[in-house]
Design a protein around this ligand. Structure first.
Ligand SMILES: [Zn+2]
Length: 884
C-alpha cells in the first residue's frame, strides 16, 4: 500500500512538473504574442513592454535565489495578482488566497521555485474557482482568441486541488486563517461534489504525501470547528474572507447552484457545527455583583429544599430499550385490587401528616411548616425588591437576549440546514403538547355549536335538566329559550372572548354560558348534571379523536375539583371511567378554583380547613387503600398535576409570617394566593412522598401564576412549583425572571388568551422570554373562547410565528419544551423527543424526533452553564441530567 502511495506521489510530482513546464512555455508564447501585437500597434507600448519584462526577470531572479522562502512566494503572488487585476474586467475577485496556498505547497514540497510553475498553478486555480467564468477569466489574462486555454489538470481534480491547498496551509506559519478557509472550501464542496468521492481522494492524497504536518493540521481542523459553520462557511478571518461561500444563496457571484435537497439529506445533522460566540468576556464579578450572586444562590437553594423531587428518576426506574411506539394500554381503566397499607394520616394545621401506623409518633415525611414558608417568601420578596440585585439580573437578562440574537444572526442558516437534513421531520410532525388548556373549554366554538345542533336533532326528547321544579327535555329547554336548532349560529352561541372581556375576568367566565344561558352550560359543559355529564363526555371523546387523528398533538386538560365536598373526586373519577375518557394523547391536571369566599358566603364551608379536607383527604385515602376508591385509583394514574385557578388580579392582602391556620380561617375573605399555594404544596408534598414510597405516580404542583396580580404569586410559585401557567408578570421583576431562567422553570404561556384578558398581544413577553432562554411553551388556555380553527394549538403557534417572526427552528424548540414540561410518561417522552431527552444540552436532543438542531440546544446549554457558573462564582455543580 505504502509503496503504491509513493509511486503515486512520484507520478503526480513528475506529471505536475511536465505540465508546469509546458504551461510555462505556453505562457511565454502567449506573452510574446501579446508583445508582438502591442509593438505593431503603438510604439508607446515599447516602454511598457520593457517594464513588464523587467518585472518578469526580477521575479525569475527572486525565485532562482530562493529555496522555498515564504516571503518571495508571497511577493510573487502579489505581483501576479496585480497583473491579473489590471487585465480583469469581471467584478469577481480572483481567488488569490487559494492560489497562494497552492504555490506555497508546491514550493515547499519540492524546494523549487520557478516562476513558470507559479503561473501555471495560478491559472489552474483560476479555472477551478471561477468555473463558470472561464471565458471572462482568459479574457482578463489577455489570451488572444484562437489560443487554447491552459488546462493542466483534468476537471475531475476539483477536490484534489482544494485538498492540496488545505494541506499546504498547514505547513505555512501564518496558517490558522488560511487553514480554515481552505478547509472551508473543502467542506463547502460537499454541497457540490459527491461526498464519498471527495473523502476518498482526500485519504489517498494524505497517504501519498506522508507529511506529518498534514495529519496534524487535519486533526487541528477537526478539533477546531469553531471557525466554521455547518455549511462549511468560514467566519471571516483576515484574508480568509476573500474566499466566498459556495453554498450560500445570495452569494455575490450567484453562480454556484444551490445545494439540492437530496444532497442536504445526505448530511448527518448531528455533525453540524456552529459559530460559537467568543464574546463572553472574562467576567470577574465586582464585589457588588458577587454579593448579588450569593443572594441568588440562596434563592435557588431554597427552591431546591422546597421542591418535591423523585428519589429515583423515571429513566432509572424504567429503561426504554424498545424504540418502537409504546403500546397503548388496552384496558386503561381496569382495576386490580391492591393491598391496603398500615399508613395512618391526619390533618395537622392544614397539612396531612403521614405515620407508619396508627400508634407511630414519628411523621414519615417532613414538610416545611407554614411559618417557615412565609418567612422564606418574605425573604425572597425582599431580595427581588433590592435595587442592586435588580440591576445585576436585568443586565444578565439583556445580555442573554443579545447573545441569542447574535447566535441567530450567525447560525440561522446552519440551523435551517440541519433541519433540512433531518429526514421526514418538520414542524408539523414534531410532537407538541398543549401544556395548559381547561377541559371545559377544550372544544372550539364551531365544534360546540355543531354538537349542540346534532343533539337537538337526534335526542330532542332526552330529559336533561331539572329546573324550577320540573324536568325538561332538550327540546323544551330550547323552546323555553325561544330558540330552534336552525337559529343557532356561532354569534348567537356567544362564547367567544371579545373586547368586553379585557381586564374583566368575570365577563370572561360568563362566556362559558352558551347563548348566555347557564342552563345550557349545565347541560353541555358540566359533569355533575342530570345526564351525569354524558354530553360533555361525548364532546370530549370527539376532541380526543381529533387529537388522535392529528397524531402529533397532545393535551394536558385541567379539570376542576372545587373542594365543596369530598365526593367530588369519586364523581369525577366515575365520569372519566364511565365515559371511557382515555387517550394516549391526553393526561389530566386537577384545577382548584380559589373560591373559598364564595362557598363561605353560600354557607357550604365554615373554614378554609373544610376545603383542604375535601380536596386532600380522599387522595390520601385512595393512596393508602386503593380499594376504597377504585375508580379514583385508576384515574389518578393519568393525573399528572395540580393547578390553582382564578382571577389573580383581585386585590388581596399579602400574608404575614404568622397567618391563622386553615382551621382558624373562618372569616369571609378569600385567603391570598400564596396561602393557597402553600397548603396545596405542603399536602401534595406529603402525598407524593407517600405515593412514591408505594410505587405510585406523583402529582406535580403547576399553578396558574403571574397572569395578573401581585408579584408575590410568582415568588411563592418559585419556591414550590414545578412549572407554571402564564408567568407574564415576570416581565415586571428582573430578579424573578432571572431566577426562573436559572431554575429553568417551565412556563406554559398563552399569548392569545392574555390578549383577550390581560395583555395586548404585541406587549406579551413571550418572545423576550424565549430569546432569553426561559423554558417556555405555547398553550391555548381556552380554545372555546379564543381560537377560530380546528387546530387551536397550531393556531397559537401560527400567530406567534407570524407576529414574532419565529423560525422553524424556534417553533420546534418551543414544541420540544412543551413535551419536556408536560407530565406525560417517561416512555412516551422517550418516544416523542428522544431516548436521552432528560440529559442536558445537545446530548438530550434527537433531531430525528424533535427537528431541533443540536446547534440550538448546544448554544442554549452553553449560555445556561455560563450563567450558572457566574452565579455560583465558578463552583456550580451541574449534573448531566435534568432533575424532575
Ligand atoms: Zn388557564
Amino acid at each position: 500500500m505504502d509503496e503504491y502511495a509513493v509511486h503515486l506521489a512520484i507520478a503526480a510530482i513528475a506529471g505536475a512538473s511536465v505540465v508546469a513546464i509546458s504551461a510555462y512555455f505556453m505562457h511565454r508564447k502567449t506573452l510574446a504574442q501579446i508583445l508582438e501585437f502591442a509593438r505593431s500597434m503603438e510604439k508607446e507600448r515599447d516602454r511598457v513592454k520593457e517594464k513588464d519584462a523587467k518585472e518578469n526577470s526580477t521575479l525569475l531572479e527572486e525565485s532562482a535565489g530562493n529555496a522555498g522562502g515564504m516571503y518571495h512566494y508571497k511577493r510573487r503572488n502579489h505581483l501576479s495578482r496585480r497583473r491579473i487585476a489590471i487585465g480583469r474586467t469581471s467584478a469577481s475577485l480572483p481567488d488569490v488566497t487559494v492560489a497562494r496556498k497552492m504555490n506555497g505547497t508546491e514550493g515547499e514540497e519540492r524546494g523549487i521555485g520557478s516562476d513558470a510553475e507559479v503561473v501555471s498553478t495560478e491559472m489552474v486555480f483560476k479555472d477551478d474557482d471561477d468555473d463558470d467564468d472561464d471565458d471572462d477569466y482568459y479574457k482578463g489574462m489577455g489570451v488572444p482568441p484562437g489560443l487554447p486555454k491552459v488546462q493542466t489538470f483534468p476537471k475531475v481534480s476539483n477536490s484534489i486541488k482544494r485538498i492540496v491547498g488545505h494541506v499546504t496551509k498547514e505547513s505555512s506559519p501564518k496558517s490558522p486563517a488560511t487553514c480554515t478557509s481552505t478547509f472551508d472550501s473543502l467542506e463547502g464542496s460537499d454541497d457540490e461534489d459527491n461526498v464519498e468521492n471527495n473523502a476518498e481522494i482526500h485519504g489517498s492524497y494524505l497517504e501519498a504525501d506522508e507529511n506529518a504536518e498534514d495529519t496534524e493540521c487535519n486533526t487541528f481542523i477537526q478539533t477546531m470547528p469553531d471557525h466554521i459553520d455547518a455549511n462549511g462557511n468560514p467566519i471571516p478571518l483576515g484574508s480568509a474572507n476573500i474566499i466566498r461561500s459556495h453554498s450560500k444563496s445570495g452569494d455575490l457571484h450567484g453562480v454556484q447552484p444551490d445545494p439540492i435537497a437530496a444532497d442536504i439529506l445526505r448530511k448527518e445533522p448531528e455533525h453540524e457545527t456552529f459559530i460559537r460566540l467568543k464574546i463572553t468576556p472574562n467576567e470577574i464579578p465586582s464585589m457588588d455583583e458577587a454579593e448579588a450572586y450569593m443572594v441568588l444562590q440562596e434563592c435557588l437553594q431554597l427552591r431546591e429544599d422546597y421542591l418535591f423531587m423523585e428519589e429515583v428518576a423515571p429513566w432509572e426506574k424504567e429503561v426504554i430499550t424498545d424504540p418502537s411506539t409504546p403500546k397503548a394500554n388496552p384496558n386503561p381503566f381496569s382495576y386490580t385490587s391492591e393491598k391496603k397499607t398500615d399508613h395512618y394520616f391526619q390533618m395537622e394545621d392544614g397539612v396531612v401528616q403521614v405515620y407508619a401506623n396508627k400508634s407511630s409518633k414519628d411523621k414519615l415525611f417532613n414538610v416545611v411548616d407554614a411559618t417557615t414558608f412565609f418567612t422564606d417568601l418574605h425573604r425572597i420578596l425582599r431580595i427581588i425588591a433590592s435595587g442592586n440585585i435588580r440591576s445585576v439580573c436585568h443586565r444578565r437578562l439583556v445580555l442573554l437576549e443579545q447573545k441569542f440574537n447574535l447566535h441567530v444572526m450567525l447560525n440561522s442558516d446552519a440551523e435551517f440546514l440541519a433541519q433540512k437534513s433531518a429526514p421526514h421531520r418538520d414542524f408539523y410532525n414534531v410532537r407538541k403538547v398543549d401544556t395548559h388548556v381547561h377541559h371545559s373549554a377544550c372544544m372550539n366554538q364551531k365544534h360546540l355549536l355543531r354538537f349542540i345542533k346534532s343533539k337537538l336533532r337526534k335526542e330532542p326528547d332526552e330529559v336533561v335538566i331539572f329546573r324550577d321544579g320540573t324536568y325538561l327535555t332538550l327540546k323544551e329547554v330550547f323552546e323555553s329559550l325561544d330558540l330552534t336548532g336552525y337559529d343557532l349560529n356561532v354569534d348567537l352561541l356567544d362564547v367567544h372572548a371579545d373586547k368586553s372581556t379585557f381586564h374583566r375576568f368575570d365577563k370572561f367566565n360568563l362566556k362559558y354560558n352558551p347563548c348566555g344561558q347557564s342552563r345550557l352550560r349545565e347541560i353541555f359543559l358540566k359533569q355533575d348534571n342530570l345526564i351525569q355529564g354524558r354530553f360533555l363526555g361525548e364532546v370530549t371523546k370527539q376532541v380526543f379523536s381529533d387529537l388522535t387523528a392529528s397524531k402529533y398533538q397532545m393535551a394536558e386538560y385541567r379539570i376542576s375539583i372545587y373542594g365543596r365536598k369530598q365526593s367530588e373526586w369519586d364523581q369525577l373519577a366515575s365520569w372519566i371511567v364511565n365515559n371511557d375518557l382515555y387517550s394516549e394523547n391526553v393526561v389530566w391536571l386537577i384545577q382548584l378554583p380559589r373560591l373559598y369566599n364564595i362557598y363561605k358566603g353560600m354557607g357550604i364551608v365554615t373554614s378554609f380547613q373544610n376545603i383542604l379536607d375535601n380536596i386532600f383527604l380522599p387522595l390520601f385515602e385512595v393512596t393508602v387503600d386503593p380499594d376504597s376508591h377504585p375508580q379514583l385509583h385508576v384515574f389518578l394514574k393519568k393525573v399528572v398535576g395540580f393547578d390553582l385557578v382564578d382571577d389573580e388580579s383581585k386585590p388581596e392582602r399579602r400574608p404575614t409570617k404568622h397567618m391563622p391556620t386553615p382551621e382558624q380561617w373562618t372569616n369571609v375573605f378569600n385567603p391570598a394566593f400564596s396561602y393557597y399555594v402553600y397548603y396545596c404544596y405542603a399536602n401534595l408534598y406529603t402525598l407524593n412522598k407517600l405515593r412514591e414510597s408505594k410505587g405510585l405516580s406523583t402529582i406535580k404542583l403547576r399553578p396558574h401564576t403571574g397572569e395578573a396580580g401581585d408579584i408575590d404569586h410568582l415568588a411563592a410559585s418559585f419556591l414550590t412549583s414545578h412549572a407554571i401557567a402564564h408567568g407574564i408578570n415576570l416581565r415586571k421583576s428582573p430578579v424573578l425572571q432571572y431566577l426562573y431562567y436559572l431554575a429553568q422553570i417551565g412556563l406554559a404561556m398563552s399569548p392569545l388568551s392574555n390578549n383577550s384578558l390581560f395583555l395586548d398581544y404585541q406587549r406579551n413577553p413571550f418572545q423576550t422570554f424565549f430569546l432569553r432562554g426561559l423554558n417556555v411553551s405555547l398553550s391555548t388556555d381556552d380554545p372555546l373562547q379564543i381560537h377560530l380553527t380546528k387546530e387551536p394549538l397550531v393556531e397559537e403557534y401560527s400567530i406567534a410565528a407570524s407576529v414574532w417572526k419565529l423560525s422553524s427552528c424556534d417553533l420546534c424548540e418551543i414544541a420540544r419544551n412543551s413535551v419536556y414540561q408536560s407530565g406525560f410518561s417517561h416512555a412516551l417522552k422517550s418516544h416523542w423527543i428522544g431516548k436521552s431527552y432528560y440529559k442536558r444540552g445537545p446530548d438530550g436532543n434527537d433531531i430525528h424526533k424533535t427537528n431541533v438542531p443540536h446547534i440550538r440546544l448546544e448554544f442554549r446549554d452553553m449560555l445556561w452553564r455560563d450563567e450558572m457558573q457566574l452565579v455560583y462564582l465558578g463552583n456550580a455543580d451541574i449534573p448531566d441530567e435534568i432533575p424532575t
